[in-house]
Design a protein around this ligand. Structure first.
Ligand code: NAP
Length: 287
């Protein structure tokens, strides 16, 4: 890939801390180049303390950027406009710069839902266990409820799980069960992991005990590096269908690109991008 950088080249990027593990530059740049868009996408390491001071530079020079840990919630107070769905989630992962204004969106939910469609999974009426109650869990929990799943959230810190529940039940008339992660003792049709247990440095760990996976139909791990976590290996051995975080990563990224450029990927392009990113997965350590 060769980009002829000029003053007309559009700048896109992802900001976070840590950021060296991010695979987003791989497929964003691949897509931009395939579509002959005069743009580049770069990773930018920006800490929480520096977010406010760097926004002017981003606003004056970038056409759009993604946000990852730890900025998805903090960015909201600096934005000029926020799309309704991002407001519902209480988190923003995509910013578009329009006429010197910062407009926030969240494409993680689209990524999650499209990954389920791709795997031909229907959550309606299923007992769904969501492990974790952090930034990603807020999005997943809301989408599980909207798809008609019976949701239970398990987290170490039950207060944080309660916050996710309250945020959803303010908007939707649904019941959500909560349980402390260490006190889980029953099985579910579907298990979704949104904790970092399974990625470096926890690659040999599993967020729940394997006996709770007996009879589980589907296990979804948001982690994509490693490609198959300990949880997915165990689930697979027990006969469950498994999904890792790669389809969600690709779909949320493509939705961001659509917001910035108006360009939609074809199914063939989605598959090529998936393979390109998969090739680049190695065990990354935190920077
Ligand atoms: P986050 O906001 O930091 O939340 C992390 C959650 O994991 C919290 O609920 C936390 O529990 C729990 N947790 C952390 N360490 C734990 C441990 N040692 N044991 C048990 N629970 C632990 O992170 P996030 O943004 O939600 O991201 C979570 C995961 O999803 C990450 O692996 C991230 O890479 C992945 N992700 C993937 C995609 C994708 O496109 N595939 C998108 C977004 C995120 P407490 O509340 O008790 O601290």
């Amino acid at each position: 890939m060769k980009v002829d950088i000029t003053s007309q080249t559009k700048l896109y990027g992802v900001i976070g801390d840590p950021i060296s593990h991010s695979l987003s530059p791989v497929f964003h740049n691949y897509f931009l180049s395939q579509r002959n868009i005069n743009g580049i996408y770069i990773p930018l390491k920006i800490s929480s303390n520096n977010l406010a001071s760097k926004l002017k530079l981003l606003k004056n020079n970038f056409s759009g950027f993604n946000l990852t840990i730890p900025h998805k919630e903090n960015i909201m107070k600096y934005l000029d406009e926020i799309d309704d769905l991002a407001m519902e989630y209480g988190a923003v992962n995509t910013v578009k710069v329009v006429d010197n204004k910062l407009i926030g969106y969240n494409t993680d939910g689209v990524g999650f839902v499209k990954s389920l469609e791709y795997m031909k999974v229907n959550l309606k009426g299923k007992d769904v266990l969501l492990l974790g109650a952090g930034g990603a869990a807020k999005v997943i929990a809301l989408e599980v409820v909207k798809l008609g799943g019976n949701l239970t959230i398990a987290n170490r810190d039950i207060e944080r799980a309660l916050q996710v529940k309250n945020q959803i039940t303010k908007l939707y008339d649904v019941s959500i069960n909560l349980v402390k992660l260490a006190e889980l003792n029953s099985s579910f049709h579907v298990v979704i992991n949104s904790t970092p247990i399974g990625m470096y440095p926890h690659i040999n760990e599993c967020p729940i005990s394997s006996n709770l996976l007996e009879g589980t139909e589907l296990v979804y791990d948001l982690i994509y590096n490693p490609y198959e976590t300990k949880l997915l290996q165990l689930a697979s051995k027990l006969g469950a269908k498994t999904i890792n975080g790669l389809p969600m990563l690709i779909y949320q990224g493509l939705k961001s690109l659509e917001i910035w450029t108006g360009e939609l990927a074809t199914t063939e392009e989605e598959q090529v991008l998936y393979n390109e990113v998969k090739k680049r997965i190695t065990i990354h350590r935190k920077d």
